[in-house]
Design a protein around this ligand. Sequence first.
Ligand SMILES: NC(=O)c1ccc[n+]([C@@H]2O[C@H](COP(=O)([O-])OP(=O)(O)OC[C@H]3O[C@@H](n4cnc5c(N)ncnc54)[C@H](O)[C@@H]3O)[C@@H](O)[C@H]2O)c1
Length: 431
Amino acid sequence: MKIAVAGTGYAGLVTAVCLAKIGHTVTCVDVDKEKINMLKKLKCPIYEDGLEELMVQCKNDIFYTTEYAEAYKNCNVIFIGVGTPEKEDGSANLEYVYKVCDEIKSCSRSDKVIVVKSTVPIGTNKKLELYMNNNSKYKFHFVSNPEFLSQGTAVRDTLNASRIVVGTNDNYSRKIMEELYRPLTKSPYNVPYLSMNRESAEMVKYASNDFLALKISYINEIANICEKTGANIDDVALSMGYDDRIGKKFLKAGMGYGGSCFPKDTKALYYLAKNLGYELKTVSSAIEVNLYQKQKLINKAKEDFGSLENKKVAVLGLSFKPGTDDLRESPAIDNVNMLLDYGAVVNVYDPISIDKFKKIYKNKINYYHNIDDTIKDCDFVFIITEWKEIVEYDLNKYKDLMNTAVVYDGRNCYNLDEVLEAGIKYYSIGR
Ligand SMILES: NC(=O)c1ccc[n+]([C@@H]2O[C@H](COP(=O)([O-])OP(=O)(O)OC[C@H]3O[C@@H](n4cnc5c(N)ncnc54)[C@H](O)[C@@H]3O)[C@@H](O)[C@H]2O)c1
């Protein structure tokens, strides 16, 4: 099939490359010239395991352009994978999605199936279809096909997806989508294919993400009680996970979730429900707990040190989780902002995201490419992201290199006996 994908970000690019991998001819279009130039040279603009290799492998079946007409004119299916960030009031900003629709309409010379991969509020596909078919010579069929990939394992998550969810409103697009995804639903991939109406498909995405956010906030609250009672959250969570009604995943206590999805998708569903006259109390609690959790390290440091003015602090790990260079809503940003507000001198380290972080903070903080230099002569350390390099770091070096070996670990990276043995003053979450 000839397919176009609008938006070559974390979701769009992975979708495009995986569609090429299963035999389609794909043209990616993005407004970002720099990204498209890199892609044309087969250089991946984002850090995502295995993606660049797959781009190279599929190079004869995937094309990159900034010209809408080139992308949309000759294809029968167009995926929309542009951003839907949150607005100030918490609702989803659909301006980029509408922009792509306008571009598609102005370039189309035939009927199209438009597949919305971007996460959009329930009812959006129906609205877009009405908008596009108004005064149109051609027919636009809208399909909701939410994306469930997780950054860091995105290629694997797409080719071996837990499920493909497709919401359609007519037989024509239903058949096209079945054909498009047939290679993934057959051996060796055998991905379950779930067909439903568009509103249900749109809801599956929010309901899934918000459930995971709830699970994280729940275990974080249990961790907070563990701290006050002498229980150890690692033992508690591990034992809870053996119950397959609960499951092992998303039970790791820490300093809260970040990223481009959970924070905005919790707020968007809360906002949508509120507009329908329903208060989504579980989700609003998850949001509130997450805000509190992001401040735990700084509150503890203030309790221990009093003033943080002129304290020299190392922040280890900047991306919102390991395996990605994405800084959106990363707890590192909240914590560096608070440290700067309190007058601390901030050193930062990340194996992948340093250059992106530099674009935000410029010369306000100090940047390092290794942990030794970052922690040298520091008064305390914040661990924000559990990168392998940080988890496997030689604990004795904290004592050897720092002014005072005080470590506030927001990701429970170290064994409690080992930190004690290394002579570190150590605070982690729920232990
Ligand atoms: N990142 C994820 O892990 C993930 C997972 C599931 C779902 N999603 C959803 O997918 C959507 C995209 O998220 P993302 O993280 O990939 O965003 P992103 O910001 O990484 O990528 C969006 C891309 O769209 C491009 N763009 C903007 N306007 C355009 C236009 N008119 N034409 C073509 N390209 C245009 C931007 O330049 C950018 O490259 C969001 O709705 C998000 O909620 C993301």
